[in-house]
Design a protein around this ligand. Structure first.
Ligand code: FES
Length: 179
């Protein structure tokens, strides 16, 4: 298991005491049933299961594994391989960076790198204080204005550069995102 996977695993128990597990597991079972308990539907099942809580805590992964008759290791491997899956709840401020072709050629990778550095988290992760999380998305339909980043799908930052990241984060750290 890589160090990134270790980090993700250790942090997967956030807020889990407050979850209504009976309800969550019933919903997972329904999703599994809708796919005929087909192990080949693992990614689709996980995708739908993630919509229940917004992330995939270990107990939910175990339920999926049991339902599809696959090993928990297989489920965990898929969850940690694909960046669209998360083992942690999203942060209070969820930052999405477009890495579609147009944004990529205009420097989205450098923007992402700067965000990872300043937040101290990799893509797909949430800061330890629960304030920020980071994900990569594909084209958000504003290609001419790239690179594009959004916060909580509300605030849109266009033609963003690494040098603007500090001000952008400070806005949320200091003002709670209120403008
Ligand atoms: S590629 Fe980023 S908005 Fe289209």
């Amino acid at each position: 298991m890589s160090s990134r996977e270790d980090e993700k695993h250790e942090s997967s128990t956030w807020h889990e005491d407050d979850i209504d597990w009976d309800s969550v597991e019933t919903q997972v079972d329904q999703i599994v049933d809708e796919h005929g308990a087909d192990p080949g539907a693992l990614i689709e099942v996980l995708h739908q299961a993630q919509e229940i809580l917004g992330y995939l805590p270990m107990r939910l992964q175990v339920r999926v594994a049991e339902g599809l008759g696959v090993s928990v290791t297989d489920v965990y491997s898929v969850v940690t391989f694909y960046s669209l899956f998360s083992l942690k709840p999203k942060g209070r401020y969820h930052i999405s960076v477009c890495k579609g072709t147009a944004c990529y050629v205009r420097g989205a990778a450098q923007v992402l790198e700067e965000l990872e550095d300043q937040l101290g988290i990799p893509v797909g992760d949430t800061s330890s204080d629960g304030e920020f999380s980071l994900e990569v998305v594909r084209c958000v339909g504003a290609c001419g204005l790239g690179p594009v980043a959004t916060v909580n799908n509300d605030d849109v930052y266009v033609r963003i550069t690494p040098s603007r990241i500090s001000d952008m984060l400070q806005h949320y750290e200091e003002d709670g995102g209120e403008s």
